[in-house]
Design a protein. Sequence first.
Length: 236
Amino acid sequence: MPAAIDAIRKAGVGPVDMQQSVIGPGMGVFSRHAKVLEDDDSAMSVKTALALINRVWEEIENELDQAFDSPTQVALAWFTTYGFEARASGELITLTTAKNTSDRALFESGVFDDLRGKARLTPRDALPIDWSPRQDRTLTVWECVQHTARVLNAPDGGGEAAAVLVAQMGPKAEEARALAYRLFEIATHKGWASEALVYNELAQEWTKLEDRAASLDSAAPAPGSDQSAFAFEGNA
């Protein structure tokens, strides 16, 4: 199932339709056999098979969470509980200790705001507008998602500007896509409609952003060429 889930995401299936799409590969295994047996040799029902598929999906998602960089894991755990709300700094210290990082590192990276006794995830509208993955020495998957979501809908941003960020992310681009899906699931479960909408739009646009990013990469000048003669499409 992990490979099937990754293929579904790359095909551009949005988070809203993800759960239904995941059921397909799982039920495909179930339907290929005349009978699937339980541990007690009784026939497994469709209801049980669906529950098993959903459980496996949750396990896969949890494994993906643990594969993110430590700051992103902390941010994800905080978001799951508090969203973007401020809480006592001690809460952040507890999370960072468990993930082998520090609150200071998260403040310096810009993932969290230091509110002197309290901490919060940095809101998108407070993110620096000149951020660049290429210039970020402590690049995190969390930053990749939040900055791209901000730029995608910014008056001075849009798809082309967001694609420039994706082009600079390198291998973290795939992780950022996965995190966007994960954040949609969390926001939906919590009933945070506006946040869910942000991540749903971002995930649905991600394939287009990668395509644009690839075209930007292919249009980049060769080393040693005249840099001044090159401009991203739309900025010329």
